[in-house]
Design a protein around this ligand. Structure first.
Ligand SMILES: [Zn+2]
Ligand SMILES: [Zn+2]
Length: 138
């Protein structure tokens, strides 16, 4: 178990949490609506905000779960089964994801077609993508 920090895209919300496992991916329709594609949640406990309480917003998304997000930038922070769960922290909000691996995948029958990268996909590095979006050549 290790303590890791994380933050939303705009930086208003920051937090610390204990990592208790690896991460899961979910393809359910709610996660698609929430995260565009799959939602990847890291198994944790002991979530504590270190900044941004005013923007920290929780939404009851089903009979058993709630989701937390930043009301300023919209970053998803976590999914949590309210009665028995610990937060599944949005993988991308962690400052350091070193060593974490995907151990579970849920609702795979609902996975949208075309999510995987194929030979026809134009794959770009960070530098190539920045050049592409800012008018450079890539
Ligand atoms: Zn934010
Ligand atoms: Zn889901």
């Amino acid at each position: 178990m290790s303590t890791r920090s994380g933050r939303c895209m705009c930086g208003t919300i920051s937090f610390e949490v204990e990592i208790t496992g690896d991460f899961s991916a979910c393809h359910c329709k709610m996660c698609q609506q929430w995260a565009s594609g799959l939602f990847m949640g890291v198994h944790t406990q002991g979530f504590r905000l270190t900044d941004g309480a005013d923007a920290f917003t929780r939404f009851k998304s089903s009979a058993w779960a709630e989701r937390a997000f930043c009301s300023k930038c919209g970053s998803n922070i976590y999914y949590q089964a309210v009665d028995f769960g610990h937060p599944s922290i949005a993988l991308g909000t962690l400052d350091d994801t070193t060593g974490l691996k995907r151990t579970h995948e849920y609702y795979t029958d609902l996975e949208p077609k075309g999510l995987g990268r194929t030979d026809e996909t134009k794959a770009m590095t960070e530098a190539e993508a920045v050049a592409f979006f800012t008018g450079g050549d890539a």
